[in-house]
Design a protein around this ligand. Structure first.
Ligand code: SF4
Length: 200
């Protein structure tokens, strides 16, 4: 396995949210640290405290290193519960559940890695949203797996094309994006409208 050729699973979340955000973060290394991002880091540290322990008969694995040679992705799970012979990956997220499926894609990619590493079928996982204190069950359906594979293929296509994608046309996403001040979506869209051949 050559790790440099493998995509970080967390970046699939960014790509599923917005291809330009994926490019800014993964290719250009942009990171805007605001209060929300810092809170997310803190919550992940809490989820990762302690590596393996037993709670009410369930085994809890924290921060497992996983990868898929077939999909060429690599990363960490926050938590994997081992309950009644089932492995259940759990991803911890800062806020509350959004309208987009990017968190589901990230979790599904972890599950596909776990399946490849263990040879066991992973039926379902969960996303725990700190702010709403809600645990949302996620079924790893064939549709979600297919969608996850499409996102992975899109990531490799973007990287081999070597060109930053233009801003998306979804203001609700841009408003919640920590990179808005770096991306300047509206300004760039205006420039593209004036001179489409120079996009993005
Ligand atoms: S501001 Fe909008 S277009 Fe720019 S990276 Fe964020 S979501 Fe994507």
């Amino acid at each position: 396995m050559i790790e440099e050729d493998y995509l970080p699973i967390s970046m699939l979340n960014q790509l599923a949210y917005c291809p330009r955000r994926f490019w800014l973060m993964y290719v250009q290394g942009e990171m805007a640290i605001n209060a929300a991002v810092q809170e997310g880091v803190y919550q992940h540290q809490r989820a990762h405290s302690g590596r393996r322990n037993q709670e009410d008969g369930d085994i809890i694995h924290r921060r497992l290193y996983v990868w898929s040679d077939r999909l060429r992705i690599i990363g960490f799970t926050d938590v994997v519960e081992e309950r009644a012979g089932q492995l259940i990956p759990i991803e911890y997220k800062r806020g509350k559940m959004g309208k987009w499926l990017n968190d589901h894609i990230q979790l599904c990619a972890q599950a596909m890695c776990l399946e490849e590493r263990t040879g066991r079928k992973i039926e379902q996982g969960a996303i725990f949203y700190w702010r709403s204190r809600r645990r949302v069950a996620v079924a790893f359906t064939p549709e979600l797996k297919a969608r996850t594979e499409t996102v992975i293929q899109r990531a490799f296509q973007l990287l081999s094309a070597g060109q930053m994608p233009p801003p998306i046309d979804q203001y609700a996403k841009c408003r919640d994006c920590s990179l808005e001040a770096i991306c300047l979506p509206r300004e760039v869209q205006s420039l593209i409208a004036l001179s489409p051949e120079k996009a993005p």
